[in-house]
Write a protein of this length. Structure first.
Lengths: 216, 232
């Protein structure tokens, strides 16, 4: 089994901090939003924890951003500029997820150091990491101190608009936190991708040395 | 650059050859991917970058020489090594003209495989700048500027968003195209489609007719006015 060093240490630290942080944000956010239904901790504690975890994740986001901006790994997040190539790869990947995977077909995407994401993942993560996450943090900061940022909140249409955007993205992230581990389990073994995010080394499944191959 | 980062594509209709390469090179940390014909190789190259391509000459369908020519046109920076038991002078000349790195004659030994790979990688050094291969850049000698990389990084979510919006439309369009193409092969289906589509096409004509008529009248009027102005 071949091993490629796909996830450097800063990415792994960012990823797991993010995972724990988002679960805490979702849990505390659920309590803040649905106070009548969920009372895991006192309301005040939920708000304080939500704010602190939010700021930790903002700092964590800048760790991620700094790592990619100042290393050649930035290419991992570069877009595919040829629509033809992009759509072809996307439909192949969709066919694999929807049909091929159940037949045991090989994954059409071959992981490499600079192409760790398939076409669908690439598009999704570009949008999430550079649009959705910053907007979520921004709306979160505005809601953290509505009085201080009153002018800006008004500029965006008032608390209701900012809050709606924050809650809509919160629903999106809640869905993501379930879908992400499922998709991560679709490697040659259910734990391979999880292991790769701990060790940094991704196992490349279809290039394993085969016994009995001739040497001529 | 570590061998771990090198990806090798081996194209041969005899799976034993692919296995041999795999056995020799995977132990050294190279990633070996195999293809059993040129068509499969081309689609693999479309999907991901390879540092070196080894290809047999005699294969069903497209030959290894044709494959090398195609690869050298599409990815001139990728070294191609021909593996063959039929090393005719004509083939060698044609392959050299296409820019093939070297010839490897069967039977192969592990030393030959590794040696030719190392040689191909060394030859490719000026062309295979890390990252440029990944970016499929046609001018591999120049490294992308950091500014360009950052610009692409910043543009990525917007391009991603555009693709996300377009994806269902492109998908539906492709499905419709494939469906129509498949149905066209069936004469009865074509008749049925024409029958079903006829009232909609008629309706489209009825809806567009007044607009087309009005536009034509307007155009004739404008033309007459222009002519009248010119005469005066």
């Amino acid at each position: 089994m071949q091993k490629l060093y796909i996830n450097p240490l800063p990415v792994r630290i960012w990823h797991w901090t993010n995972a724990v942080g988002f679960i805490l944000l979702i849990a505390t956010g659920l309590q803040i939003r649905y106070l009548d239904l969920i009372q895991l901790v006192p309301f005040r504690t939920a708000v304080v924890a939500h704010n602190w975890v939010g700021f930790v994740l903002i700092a964590n986001f800048f760790l991620w951003l700094g790592f990619y901006l100042f290393t050649d790994k930035i290419k991992v997040y570069h877009p595919e500029l040829s629509p033809t190539k992009y759509f072809r790869a996307s439909f192949r990947q969709m066919q694999y997820y929807g049909y091929g995977i159940f037949r045991g077909d090989p994954n059409p995407h071959h992981v490499s150091v600079y192409h760790k994401f398939n076409a669908l993942q690439s598009m999704t993560y570009q949008i999430i990491m550079m649009l959705v996450v910053p907007v979520q943090f921004f709306t979160g900061v505005l809601l953290w101190d509505v009085t201080r940022f009153a002018a800006m909140v008004e500029m965006f249409g008032g608390v209701r608009v900012v809050d709606t955007v924050h809650v809509l993205f919160f629903i999106f992230f809640t869905g993501f936190i379930f879908i992400h581990p499922y998709l991560a389990s679709l490697s040659h073994t259910p734990w391979a991708h999880f292991k790769a995010m701990i060790t940094g080394y991704e196992e490349v499944e279809d290039e394993a040395p085969k016994k009995g191959a001739a040497s001529n | 650059m570590s061998a771990l980062q090198h990806k090798v594509l081996v194209v041969d209709d005899d799976p034993v050859v692919g296995k041999s390469f795999n056995r020799v090179l995977s132990q050294k940390g190279y990633v070996v991917v195999t293809a059993e014909n040129a068509q499969e190789a081309l689609s693999k190259v479309q999907e991901g970058e390879y540092d070196v391509v080894f290809t047999d000459i005699k294969m069903p369908g497209m030959s290894g020489i044709e494959l090398a020519e195609r690869l050298k046109v599409e990815r001139p920076w990728t070294p191609v090594v021909i593996v063959t038991g039929f090393g005719s002078a004509a083939n060698q000349e044609r392959a050299k003209a296409a820019g093939v790195s070297s010839f490897l004659e069967k039977p192969l030994s592990p030393e030959m495989i590794e040696g030719s790979l190392r040689q191909a990688l060394l030859e490719a050094v000026p062309a295979v700048v890390p990252g440029l291969v990944e970016a499929a850049h046609p001018e591999p000698v120049e490294e992308e500027s950091h500014l360009k990389k950052v610009a692409l990084f910043v543009a990525a979510p917007f391009i991603g968003l555009l693709y996300a919006v377009m994806l269902p439309f492109v998908g539906l369009g492709m499905l419709a195209y494939l469906g129509v193409k498949a149905l066209k092969k069936n004469a009865t289906a074509t008749k049925v489609i024409s029958l079903v589509a006829a009232p909609f096409i008629g309706l489209a004509f009825i809806v567009t007719l007044p607009f087309v008529g009005t536009a034509m009248l307007a155009w004739l009027g404008v033309r007459a006015l222009i002519k009248k102005t010119q005469v005066e």
